[in-house]
Design a protein around this ligand. Structure first.
Ligand code: HEC
Ligand code: HEC
Length: 304
């Protein structure tokens, strides 16, 4: 065996010199590179970087968010223009599906001729390819807001309609108070009904002042009973029966009324006088029995 261990890599003086140089040079290069690395990299860690408030908020934000709507909070109504932009413009801006086009007085003139109340009702109940409320739920847009959108559109089509009357500010609270009775079922789940109940409660809330008028005007002289019936209908009953709030049979809608008209008139009068389901006795008014019956007659004759 020779002096060099078997398989040793260094066999010549040149290799030895190279190995010695490499033995010094490699660590030095590594040290230089490390020093370079330490100096030039930005170190990140707790406290070294300031997060903007938004970044912090974004990081600590909960994964899911719940929007709680306070039923008692006063409702902030959208304007007619806002409702139009958000909902109705989808069809009415370009005239999709034969919708009367926004700003086109030719399209709107025959519609406007029907009068504001009819248009409002139609917008709420739908017509042909026009979905009820433009396809929204009463929870998103109240009857009032839909009414504003109708006035906004019609007025841009050449009409000069007034905005509908703003619902009483206590309406939402009234709906809550009434939740023990009429709104009990909706409160437990069906939102659409809850909002309908809300508008009904608003209607009922408005009734006491309204009903004093026909009582004074036509109370004693019920000679013209049909006049009194029509007046009471307009002041009280139409709050629900015009648009079918709470599923009230709609005024003039034969299909809604036909099954009810199978009952004898006395039974129907009784329902109107003493209530039925969510229909409040006398529609929530304090009108005389005779006037309520006259209002029933008026509604029934319109549905025959
Ligand atoms: C999906 C499409 C669509 C949307 C959304 C829509 N409409 Fe319409 N609308 C129509 C069509 C179609 C007609 C024509 C219906 C007909 O005459 O048969 C119409 C007609 C109407 C009329 C006239 C009714 C009449 O008696 O002549 C009014 C008022 C109206 N829309 C209001 C609204 C309001 C307010 C909104 C938003 C809240 C809305 N529309 C959203 C399609 C739509
Ligand atoms: C708060 C909303 C509301 C008001 C206001 C209202 N109604 Fe009703 N009405 C209803 C509802 C809901 C029904 C359907 C009740 C049912 O079938 O359960 C109804 C049903 C009726 C019926 C049919 C009963 C039957 O099945 O034969 C008559 C008649 C009637 N109402 C008359 C009136 C008269 C008259 C007035 C005004 C003095 C009036 N209503 C006011 C909600 C209302």
């Amino acid at each position: 065996m020779s002096e060099a261990p078997h398989g040793a890599p260094i066999k010549t003086p040149g290799q030895l010199i190279a190995a010695v140089i490499a033995g010094f040079a490699v660590p030095i290069v590594i040290i230089i590179l490390l020093a370079y690395y330490v100096d030039n990299t930005t170190r990140t860690g707790a406290g070294t970087e300031e997060l903007s408030t938004q970044q912090v908020a974004a990081r600590i934000a909960p994964v899911a968010q719940v929007n709680v709507r306070d039923a008692n909070a006063p409702r902030v109504f959208k304007t007619g223009e806002q409702v139009y932009q958000a909902v109705c413009s989808a069809c009415h801006a370009s005239g999709t599906a034969g919708a009367p086009k926004f700003g086109n007085s030719g399209d709107w003139a025959p519609r406007i001729a029907q009068g504001y109340d009819t248009l409002w009702k139609t917008a709420l109940s739908g017509k042909g390819a026009m979905p009820p409320r433009g396809g929204t739920s009463p929870d998103d847009y109240s009857d009032y807001e839909i009414g504003l959108a109708v006035a906004y559109m019609a007025n841009h089509g050449g009409a000069n309609f007034q905005d509908p009357p703003k619902p009483a500010p206590g309406a939402a609270n009234a709906a809550n108070a009434a939740s023990g009775t009429a709104a009990a079922a909706p409160a437990s789940g069906a939102d659409a009904n809850a909002a309908q109940a809300q508008s009904a409660a608003a209607a009922i809330a408005a009734i006491p002042q309204a009903s004093s008028a026909p009582a004074a005007g036509g109370g004693e002289q019920s000679a013209d009973a049909s006049q009194a019936g029509k007046a009471l209908y307009q002041q009280v009953c139409q709050a629900c029966h015009a648009a079918g709030v709470l599923n009230a049979p709609k005024f003039g809608n034969k299909a809604d009324w036909a099954p009810r008209l199978k009952d004898p008139m006395d039974t129907i009068y009784n329902y109107a006088l003493h209530g039925k389901g969510t229909m409040p006795p006398k529609g929530g008014s304090n009108a005389s029995d005779a006037d309520v019956k006259a209002a029933v007659d008026y509604m029934v004759s319109a549905a025959k």
